[in-house]
Design a binder for this molecule. Structure first.
Ligand code: FAD
Length: 385
């Protein structure tokens, strides 16, 4: 392989979005990935499209949900740039032309848009189609990344091979590390490799003790174990019940961290069911279940559970890494002293600071699109300079 202008490590939405932006900027791009990561599961993303919504309100909700742990500058970039996504993506609309919106926990108004309930898979397929033949896509696990100061290039290793290729700039988009946990809704290849590689090149990290639990991950039936159930159902009448059938959680619209703690407390008090609780969607109107939540309905029906009539057994599971690499508002990876590492960029779940200590559902997908694009553009610029 020739020296690529840009090497993208990671084939989720942040990685492919970076590749797309770098190609559009005129760079030659190689992308290495050992799986698809979490991105195909992205159901919906946050974009402030409603008349009573605004960038300021989006910023405010994100900072409040982040419990004091957000980097305000990154949050402002996320929310400001998200608005442009409405010009780029054909988000689903109602017959009257208004956007079809869901309200995630932590959003003060409905803000979650989608395309056919699976915007992650939709966007990945679209980008990959458009980039066919324009990106050198390599299957494999990058095991080491090093910098050759004489040539000003990065070399990477695949598996046990010696230098598999070289590039002038690198975008790390390897996602988080929640795949390391036994009960998680992440695939096992997500183990924080990109963080290890960048740290060896001098990168700083933040909030590495911070992950988000998804409150409603299926414990049973066995074939659904580890698959999450979307929490927006709580706005449509779903409730939590303990082993005695009692409803708990006074504020069903609380943030995910509060909901997860309430479930753990119920289990610890001996009122759980096999380490979890019942998530009861029987109060959600059938017409909503059969349209907006039809994928969940079908998934459970195939496993012998009719969620119109029966509750789902769920427990909180590690879902999103909140900490990660420290980046600036141009996606440059920073050293501990705050200086950028030349040629090294990062985007997506591998980075820290955007969601603080509690991420709003829908903000991660927005993050991959906004920061993936920026990382690709900046990496292409970096390669040329
Ligand atoms: C079940 C589920 C549902 C979700 N739903 C939503 C939602 O509806 N809305 C929302 O906003 N967020 C959602 N999220 C969160 C969101 O999916 C992630 O935060 C987001 O997809 C992260 O994108 P990414 O591109 O940074 O990483 P990922 O999509 O996880 O991709 C990481 C990539 O890096 C690759 N990789 C890792 N290590 C290496 C290595 N050493 N060498 C080569 N490649 C490597 C992986 O194989 C993968 O291709 C959900 C998460 C889960 C688990």
């Amino acid at each position: 392989m020739e020296v690529a202008d840009v090497l993208v490590i990671g084939g989720g939405l942040a990685g492919w979005r970076a590749a797309e932006a770098a190609v559009k900027s005129g760079a030659s791009v190689a992308l290495v990935a050992n799986g698809a990561g979490n991105s195909p599961d992205i159901h919906a993303i946050n974009v402030p499209v409603r008349d009573d919504d605004s960038v300021e309100r989006f910023v405010d909700d994100t900072l409040k949900s982040g419990r004091g742990g957000c980097d305000r500058e990154l949050v402002e970039v996320l929310c400001r740039e998200s608005v442009k996504l409405a010009e780029e993506f054909p988000f689903d609309r109602n017959p009257d032309g208004s956007y079809k919106l869901l309200q995630p926990l932590g959003c003060s108004v409905p803000r979650c848009v989608s395309i056919d309930h699976k915007i992650g898979a939709w966007a990945l397929a679209k980008i990959r189609r458009e980039l066919a033949g324009k990106v050198e896509a390599i299957k494999g696990r990058v095991t080491a990344l090093s910098f050759n100061s004489q040539l000003s290039t990065f070399s990477f290793q695949l598996g046990d091979d010696d230098a598999a290729g070289e590039a002038r700039s690198v975008v790390i988009a390897t996602g988080g590390w929640c795949g390391k946990y036994e009960f998680s809704d992440n695939p096992p290849e997500l183990r924080g490799d990109g963080i290890d590689m960048a740290v060896k090149l001098g990168a700083a990290t933040r909030d590495m003790d911070s992950i988000q639990y998804e409150p409603t991950v299926a414990l049973a039936p066995a074939k659904l174990r580890g698959i999450p159930v979307i929490t927006t159902m709580l706005f449509e009448g779903a409730t939590f019940r303990n082993k005695d059938g009692e409803e708990f959680l006074a504020d069903r619209h609380a943030n995910k961290d509060v909901v997860s703690r309430a479930i753990f407390a119920e289990v610890e008090a001996g009122r759980g069911v096999d380490g979890g609780v019942w998530f009861d969607a029987t109060g959600v109107p059938a017409e909503l279940l059969d349209t907006v939540y039809v994928d969940t309905v079908k998934r459970y029906a195939a496993a012998g559970v009719d969620i119109h009539k029966e509750p789902m057994l769920v427990a909180p599971a590690p879902h999103t890494s909140l900490g990660g690499l420290v980046i600036d508002a141009k996606c440059r990876v920073l050293r501990v002293d705050g200086a950028p590492i030349p040629g090294l960029f990062a985007a997506g779940e591998v980075t820290g600071g955007i969601h603080g200590f509690n991420r709003i559902g829908g903000n991660a997908g927005t993050e991959t699109l906004v920061f993936g694009k920026m990382a690709g553009e900046e990496a292409a610029k970096g390669a040329k300079s």
